[in-house]
Design a binder for this molecule. Structure first.
Ligand code: IPD
Ligand code: CA
Ligand code: CA
Length: 255
C-alpha cells in the first residue's frame, strides 16, 4: 500500500514541478507575508492546491499540514497519516533568481518519519525515500555521505542566524572549511544528503524540516535541535542536520 502511495506521489510531484517550471517566466502575483522578504506567489498557492488535492486522492484518510493554509485547519498531533507540504521552498529565490528553489512533501505515520520527497526544481531531480527503502535521487540510490569533521566541511547556516549571532554560529562557521547560504531549505537539505555540505543549520518550520528529516535519518545522518529541546516536527525548531562527526563538532561549540 505504501509502495502504491509512493509511486503516485512521485508522479504528482513531477507533474507539479513541470507546471511550476512552465510558469517561471510568466506573470504571477507576489505578496508579502510576515515581512518584506517573506514572499508568497500565486504559484505557491496553486501548487499547494494541486498537491493537496492529489494527496487526498492518493491517501484519503490522511490529514494535511501545508504552509499556505489550504490544508486541514488544525493539525495538532501526528496520529494516523499526516502529510506535511511545502509547495514552493525558496520563494524569494524563485522570484529573484529563477533558480535555487524546490518543493517538499513528507508523510508521518503515527509520528514516525516515514516518506520524504524533495524536488530540486530547476534540475528536475527528485530526492525521495524512507521507510527503510533507502534514499534515491530519481532512480539512483544515494550512498550515505562519508563522515568528516567541521574543519573539513562546507556548512550552510541560514543568514538570519549568522546576522543575529545566534548560538555562537558565526564562530562555528569560522571553524568550518567554508560557509554557504543557498536560501532554500530544500537545496540545503539536498546538500547534506549528497555530502556537498557537512551540515545545515536553520530555524525551520514544519514544512521546511519534515521531508529533509525523513531522508537524512534514513541515511544515518544526525538531525537534532540545537536549542536543547527535542525535535518536534509540528512546531518551529532550531535544527542541525549533519554527518555525525560534524554534528559532534558543532554541538560542542554551540553549547
Ligand atoms: C524558506 C527557505 C529559507 C529558510 C526559511 C524558509 P520558503 O522557505 O527555506 O531558506 O531560511 O526559514 O521559510 O518560505 O521560501 O518556503
Ligand atoms: Ca514555501
Ligand atoms: Ca520553506
Amino acid at each position: 500500500m505504501l509502495e502504491e502511495i509512493d509511486s503516485r506521489v512521485q508522479r504528482l510531484l513531477r507533474q507539479v514541478n513541470r507546471s511550476t517550471l512552465a510558469q517561471l517566466d510568466s506573470t504571477y502575483q507576489v505578496a508579502t507575508k510576515s515581512n518584506y522578504n517573506d514572499l508568497v506567489t500565486s504559484i505557491d498557492r496553486q501548487n499547494e492546491r494541486t498537491l493537496n488535492q492529489g494527496l487526498r486522492e492518493v491517501d484519503p484518510a490522511a490529514r494535511i499540514l501545508s504552509e499556505e493554509g489550504i490544508g486541514d485547519d488544525e493539525v495538532l498531533n501526528l496520529a494516523g497519516h499526516v502529510w506535511i507540504v511545502d509547495p514552493l521552498d525558496g520563494t524569494l529565490n524563485f522570484v529573484k533568481q529563477h533558480d535555487n528553489f524546490g518543493i517538499m512533501l513528507a508523510l508521518y505515520i503515527d509520528g514516525r518519519p516515514t516518506l520524504g520527497y524533495i524536488m530540486d526544481s530547476v534540475n528536475n531531480d527528485l530526492y525521495h525515500g524512507g521507510n527503510h527503502w533507502g534514499v534515491f535521487k530519481n532512480e539512483e540510490r544515494l550512498v550515505p555521505p562519508v563522515d568528516t569533521t567541521l574543519r573539513q566541511s562546507l556548512i550552510a547556516v541560514s543568514s538570519a542566524l549568522i546576522l543575529r549571532n545566534v548560538a555562537n554560529l558565526p564562530a562555528v562557521a569560522q571553524a568550518a572549511s567554508g560557509l554557504r547560504m543557498y536560501g532554500s531549505a530544500a537545496k540545503e537539505m539536498i546538500g547534506v544528503l549528497t555530502g556537498e555540505l557537512g551540515a545545515y543549520v536553520s530555524w525551520l518550520k514544519p514544512w521546511d524540516l519534515a521531508a529533509g528529516r525523513v531522508l537524512a535519518e534514513e541515511l544515518g545522518l544526525s538531525v537534532k535541535s540545537i536549542d536543547g529541546d527535542g525535535i518536534n516536527v509540528l512546531s518551529s525548531n532550531l535544527v542541525l542536520v549533519a554527518t555525525n562527526g560534524v554534528a559532534r563538532d558543532i554541538l560542542t561549540r554551540t553549547e
